[in-house]
Design a protein around this ligand. Sequence first.
Ligand code: AMP
Ligand code: MG
Length: 511
Amino acid sequence: MHWNFDHSYARLPGQFFARVDPVPVASPQMVLLNRALVEDLGLDPDGLRQPEAAWMLSGNEREPSSQPIAQAYAGHQFGHFAMLGDGRAHLLGEHLTPDGRRVDVQLKGSGPTPFSRRGDGRAALGPMLREYLISEAMHGLGIPTTRSLAVVATGERVFREQALPGAVLSRIASSHIRVGTFEYASALDSGLDLVVHAPLGVDDPLVDTKAQDAGALTRALADYTIRRHYPELAEGPDRYADFFDAVMERQASLIAHWMRVGFVHGVMNTDNMTLSGETIDYGPCAFMDQYDPATVFSSIDRQGRYAFANQARIAHWNLARLVEALLPLLHHQPESALARAQEGIERFPALFTERWQRTMRAKLGLDNEEPDDAELITSLLKWMQDRGADYTNTFRDLSSHGAIADPAALGAQFRDAEFAAWHARWRERLGRQPGGVDEAVPRMRATNPALIPRNHRVEEALQAAVQQGDLDPAMRLLEVLGNPYDAGLDESEYRQPPNPEQRVYQTFCGT
Ligand code: AMP
Ligand code: MG
């Protein structure tokens, strides 16, 4: 396949990973293979002939240059600290692409590791197809994300309240370094004795959790992460503080993107937040249909901690955990370190608001800034919430010359006095910007997608695949989601919001 593996992560201190091989499965069968990604990574499409590709991408056959490891990390889950680690994933190595990128190639669902705790190390087909669909849709929407290379069915059953077909997902990421990886390093540095539960059949915990010199592991991880994701900061005198600021910037932009398309991640635990700024770990995530800032889909998020409108606050909270871990690197005097950390983290709300307002202005076709813009944005959102308007379609419907010129050109749902008053203000505001309406329309059409992976369509595709072995609905969905801003999709049936019977209220991790 022309893999070109390097293993820089495995050159970190041994506490950061355990060497462990995937466990072969009964009968690997390719279910979905991402040909565009194969090409993008400079892999050989001919090398992906069956059944060899399915063997390699299930972990049954070891690519000679791979050196599988499971990564160690901790994290706050719903606010509580826990030792975690790859409990069902194997990093095969970092593929170096012909155009000079370094990407992690990880199998997920490929068997137990020393971090499996009570889990079986496996994954069910439905959730792996779901991650494939949604991550590729996010990529199509222009949002930083891990990618999905393939889903291979294992021919084995996994047990999750019922017997389900098993699968292995191959995931491509610019890295899998998480906020939780830093929490793990920091905990070991402070002498915390983290208990790593070994799976049945493994006697010795493979990870030595002895206390370290002050900050040594955190420093090793930070130096590595800076070199890998922020190389321009590597030589600076304040590089760790600069690094934290840069991570905040990427997270602020990422969450603004999520808000742009109505994405609810669902499990924004610190182990599910990357240092690269890519969206990771698609569990009970979903896209909002009707606009409601309190939208929660995840069945396990009973408090609404990770509700749509709460995501920036949670990113802020998670980043506070990161900066705590970085404290010993910020200054040798604890008070100075704390002051620098506080100064950094306190900037996040303003940083996010700036990104969010810029995003929302673009959704309304606006380029320059006026003091009343925030009010213009929130009054449209309020109107949408009161009417239960569809988030995606409302913005897309507004994205045309006709809709800007005359609100009567819009559908019946727009015909009320409140909207008419808002529309008049919006049109005047568009007229006051230098490019006027002419530049607003292409800006809106590039910011407001025609399509998102609507939950009822995703569920329909997953059901057909898992229950009937019919992949056509999933393939069709993937195809249209590859170009979600395309003008040809304005009349697409995939724009239809769910009718009441189709509406999805809850999503499940299915882990
Ligand atoms: P997640 O909620 O997907 O971010 O997973 C949280 C933690 O649980 C991670 O450490 C996973 O590796 C682990 N995990 C999830 N499912 C399993 C499983 N079936 N077997 C072992 N570990 C698992
Ligand atoms: Mg996770």
